[in-house]
Every structure is written in C-alpha cells, then in structure tokens.
Design a protein around this ligand. Structure first.
Ligand SMILES: [Zn+2]
Length: 214
C-alpha cells in the first residue's frame, strides 16, 4: 500500500486540480476553493482510518471529537448554563475520542469495508447531508463538497491498488483487488447495508438545482 505521505501528496495534487477547475468555471469563489481543497486532502487519507492507530485514524477522530463538541454547543446553547454546556461538550468530545474510537477499532478490519467504492459514495452522501442540513451550505456547494470527499476517497483506493502492482517484475501482489472493491462475498450483509444506505440517501436527499430530471 501507498505510504501516508504519498497519499497526502496525491490527494493534494488531485484536490488542487479539481478546485482550480471549479474556480475557473465560476462554480466557487476562492475561500470556498480553499475549504474544498482541504476537504479533498482529508478524504484522501480517510479510508485508512480502518487501520488502528494509524495517523489518519487519530487525525480523523480528533477532528470528529472537536466537531461533535462544537455541534453540542450549537445545539444546546441557550438551553442550559455555560458550565453544563461546556461539560457536555467536553464529555461528548471525550466519548467520541475514546469510546467510539475503541469500538470502531475493534469492529473494523484493515482493507475491509472501508476500502470499497460504496464506502466512498456513502462518505460523500454523509458529507452532503452535514454540509446542507447542519452547516446550511447552498445545495450546489454541498454537493460539490460531497464530490470532493468521494473523489479524494476513490483516489486513495486507486493509489492503493496501483501500489499492489509490482512494476519491476510486472506481477501482482496478494493485496491486489483488496482496495478498490465493489462487493465481497464474505461480508455480503455489510455491503448490502452499504448499498441500501446509498440508495436511501439518493432517494431522500435533494439534488443540485442544475440537474434536471426528465
Ligand atoms: Zn489505504
């Protein structure tokens, strides 16, 4: 598999190109491009959160616990006094960082479900839901954020696959095919649930204004 640094470098290059194209075509302004650029890089290391104690895992869970603390403050502000509000934010951050993280590390298998195309799509849809409903971004910008996340994620999977080809001897390593998977018989139920969640998401979430369905 590709190293952490390689993933960051490739994700940065891909994300930079994509955000430059979006600026050129007038889809977004510069601050939005910067946010999408960062999002694309983060997505480029996201699949490796399934390898316990890796840098991406710690990074993602630190960001996640911070985001949960901020959300708790935003949701409950005005409903309780400052002391309880801060205590609640701290408690929720710590439980994400330690309890959810431990459970997550226990149930995930490296290069399992997280290294798959449906996982990339589901992360994209979740990004859309967060950006649109929680951050109140415009419909198009929320979908664009989703595209950056899914795109960065798939770029990571492609890179992992590429690294499992031994170019010198042109032979395949055993890990070939384990990163960019669409389905696996051994965990068919999990895949079925993933696809069901994607289907449900596409059914209930609003599409961008520009897409006209006939
Ligand atoms: Zn990987």
């Amino acid at each position: 598999m590709a190293s952490f640094q390689t993933h960051i470098a490739v994700a940065a290059a891909g994300s930079l190109t994509a955000s430059a194209v979006c600026i050129e075509t007038g889809l977004i302004n510069q601050p939005q491009a910067l946010a999408l650029f960062a999002l694309g890089i983060l997505a480029g290391i996201l699949p490796d959160i399934d390898s316990d104690h890796s840098i991406p895992t710690r990074l993602v869970f630190n960001i996640l616990s911070f985001a949960v603390a901020i959300s708790a403050i935003l949701i409950f502000q005005g409903q309780m006094n400052l002391f309880y509000l801060l205590a609640l934010a701290l408690m929720s951050a710590l439980s994400v960082r330690y309890i959810v993280y431990t459970l997550f590390a226990r149930v995930t298998e490296h290069r399992g479900l997280f290294h798959s195309v449906p996982a990339a799509l589901l992360f994209g849809l979740s990004t859309f839901a967060l950006a649109f409903y929680l951050l109140s971004l415009s419909l198009n910008l929320a979908w664009l954020s989703a595209a950056f996340v899914s795109g960065g994620y798939i770029l990571h999977l492609l890179l992992d696959e590429l690294y499992s080809v031994n170019f010198i001897g042109v032979s395949m390593k055993k890990s070939f095919g384990s990163a960019l998977s669409f389905f696996s018989r051994s965990s068919w139920l999990s895949y079925l649930l993933l696809y069901a969640a994607i289907g449900l998401g596409l059914y209930i979430l609003p599409l961008p204004y520009d897409i006209v369905l006939i």
